[in-house]
Design a protein around this ligand. Structure first.
Ligand SMILES: [Zn+2]
Length: 479
C-alpha cells in the first residue's frame, strides 16, 4: 500500500551423500556461510538464482490452497518438486521495505537500516517519501555479493533498489503518479534497458501502479531480461496481492483472483528461467502475512493534545502544519515506533510512557504491548525508537493525517500487516526448487534472516551481514 558462486549439482549431491553417511549436515553448520570463496568463470557448476517475491503471500494460500478454493498450480508445484517452509517468521516491523531488505541481506532492520517503509518525517513534509534508496542499506546485499564475485545481476521492482549496483536494474520508485514519474524511473534505471525490452514487453508500468496488471507487465519485462541476458541472479517483485489484500481483505475473492493471475505470471517466469538457465535455483518468497482490520488508531491525536506535537496557526488559506515535535508516531501498520526528539531526557521519556500506558489501559485502543528499548533490540527493531506500540486484532495505525482527526477512526483499509513478527498471521512464504534441492521437504518454521544466506550459498556466495546460518536443505525429513 502506497499512501503506499553457487553449489554445483554434483557438489550438492556429494554433500547430501556425505551428510546422510555421517549423520551431519554441512549446510547447517555456521561454517557453511564462511566457506571458501567460489571458483570463478564458467563451468564451475554454481547455480544461477531467480528470486521472486509475492508481496503479502500467506503460506497457507499455497499449502492449503485446495481447501481455500485457490488454483495456484505453479506455486503448488514447489511443494512436490522443491523445498518449502510451513511459515517464515519475519522482522520488526512486518512491513514491506524492512522485510525485503532482510530477505536480501539476512540481517534484521536494526542492522540493515531499513526500519520502516517511510523515512522518518515528524514534520510531515516529505510527501510520504519511502526508503527507496539502496544507499540507506547498511548490510551487504545479495546483489552486492554476486556482483563482487563477477556474477551478473538483475532486478525488476524489488524494494530499496534505487542506485543499487546491478548489471540490469529497473528499480522501484514513484512520487505522485504524475506522468513525470516515468521520466524519473527512466533516469534511475540502467541506461538503455527500458528501450531494449519495451519493443517486446510493452510499456513499463508506473512505479505507483500496484495492480496485478502492473505485475503482469513487470513479469513480462523480467521474462525479456532473462531471455536476452541470462542474468546469474535476478530479483523480481510482484505487488498486486498486497494491494488487493489491503483494499479487499486477506482471503477475499478479489485477493484470490489476483493470486491466481500472479501464479500464472510466476509460471511464465519459471519457464523463461528454465529455458535460459536450466541449472537455476528458483526461490519464491513473501515479506509478511496479512490480517483483517476494522479500526485505526491515530496516536498523533494524543501527542497534539499533550502539547508534544505543536501545530502552526492556520495560514490565510486555513492550512495547519506541524510547527515542532517532542514525540512523534512513526507508524508501521500493526505497530507504531514512538520517537523522542530528546531520547536522553528522562522526564520526556517518562511523560510519554505515562501517556502510552494510559492509552493501553483503555481496551478500545487494542494496544497489546508497549516495547521498550531492550525488547526492541531483542526483536532487531529500530534502535532509535523509544517505544514500540503493538496493536491487536482488527486495529491498525494511521500516520498524522491532519489536525482534527480523532484518536480512533474507521480503518481506511480492510487488511493490514506490520504486527509483531510472533503474530502467526504475519507468517510469510518460502518456496525453493532446482538442482539439488530436495523434493517435498518441509522445513517447518524458518526465520526470515536465514533465507538470504541460503540463497547466497546456492550461488556459492557469502553474505557478511547475515545473522543466521544457511538453512539445512540436505536432511530429508518427514512432514
Ligand atoms: Zn509487503
Amino acid at each position: 500500500m502506497k499512501a503506499a558462486a553457487r553449489g554445483s549439482f554434483i557438489g550438492r549431491c556429494a554433500r547430501l551423500l556425505l551428510s546422510l553417511a555421517t549423520g551431519t549436515s554441512l549446510l547447517a553448520s555456521g561454517s557453511a556461510i564462511s566457506r571458501e570463496a567460489p571458483p570463478s568463470g564458467p563451468g564451475t557448476g554454481h547455480h544461477p538464482v531467480l528470486m521472486i517475491s509475492i508481496d503479502g503471500l500467506r503460506p497457507g494460500d499455497i499449502t492449503d490452497a485446495e481447501a481455500r478454493g485457490l488454483r495456484v498450480p505453479n506455486l503448488r508445484r514447489f511443494l512436490k518438486t522443491g523445498t518449502f517452509a510451513s511459515g517464515v517468521t519475519g522482522v520488526l516491523p512486518t512491513l514491506t521495505y524492512p522485510s525485503h531488505t532482510t530477505l536480501i541481506t539476512g540481517a534484521a532492520p536494526a542492522r540493515h537500516g531499513i526500519v520502516n517503509n517511510t523515512t522518518f518525517d515528524p514534520m510531515a513534509f516529505n510527501q510520504d517519501g519511502w526508503y527507496w534508496y539502496a544507499s540507506d542499506v547498511r548490510a551487504q546485499t545479495l546483489w552486492d555479493s554476486a556482483g563482487a564475485a563477477g556474477l551478473t545481476t538483475g532486478n525488476v521492482h524489488w524494494p530499496v533498489s534505487v542506485g543499487a549496483k546491478l548489471t540490469w536494474n529497473l528499480p522501484q520508485i514513484w512520487r505522485t503518479g504524475h506522468a513525470d514519474d516515468a521520466k524519473l524511473l527512466r533516469a534511475l534505471a540502467t541506461p538503455g534497458l527500458l528501450d531494449e525490452l519495451q519493443p517486446q514487453a510493452g510499456t513499463y508500468a508506473a512505479g505507483i501502479d500496484e495492480s496485478v496488471e502492473a505485475d503482469e507487465v513487470r513479469a513480462r519485462f523480467a521474462e525479456r531480461l532473462i531471455a536476452r541476458h541470462h542474468p546469474d541472479f535476478l530479483t523480481v517483485y510482484l505487488t498486486g496481492l498486497d494491494h488487493t489484500q489491503h483494499a479487499e481483505g486477506p482471503g477475499s475473492a478479489p485477493a484470490h483472483a489476483v493470486l491466481e493471475r500472479i501464479d500464472t505470471a510466476v509460471g511464465k517466469l519459471i519457464v523463461a528461467e528454465r529455458a535460459a538457465r536450466p541449472d537455476a535455483v528458483i526461490v519464491v518468497v513473501s515479506d509478511h502475512g496479512f490480517a483483517p482490520v476494522d479500526t485505526a488508531i491515530n496516536l498523533s491525536r494524543v501527542l497534539i493534545d499533550a502539547g508534544l506535537l505543536k501545530l502552526t496557526p492556520p495560514d490565510p488559506f486555513g492550512k495547519v502544519k506541524i510547527a515542532s515535535w517532542e514525540a512523534a508516531a512513526w507508524t508501521s501498520g500493526g505497530t507504531i515506533a514512538v520517537m523522542l526528539a530528546r531520547p536522553e531526557e528522562a522526564a520526556l521519556r517518562e511523560r510519554v510512557r505515562s501517556l502510552l500506558l494510559a492509552l493501553k489501559a483503555d481496551p478500545a485502543n487494542r494496544i497489546t504491548a508497549i516495547l521498550e528499548p531492550d525488547a526492541i533490540a531483542r526483536a532487531g527493531g529500530n534502535p532509535q525508537a523509544a517505544f514500540y506500540l503493538a496493536l491487536g486484532d482488527g486495529m491498525m495505525a494511521v500516520p498524522y493525517l491532519g489536525p482534527t482527526v480523532p484518536l480512533r477512526i474507521p480503518a481506511p483499509s480492510k487488511g493490514m500487516h506490520g504486527y509483531l513478527p510472533e503474530d502467526p498471521r504475519m507468517q510469510s512464504t518460502l518456496l525453493i526448487a532446482g538442482p539439488g534441492i530436495p523434493a517435498g521437504l518441509d522445513l517447518g518454521h524458518v526465520d526470515m534472516r536465514a533465507i538470504a544466506p541460503t540463497v547466497a550459498a546456492e550461488m556459492g556466495l557469502t553474505l557478511s551481514g547475515a545473522e543466521l546460518p544457511v538453512l539445512d536443505l540436505t536432511v530429508v525429513r518427514k512432514r
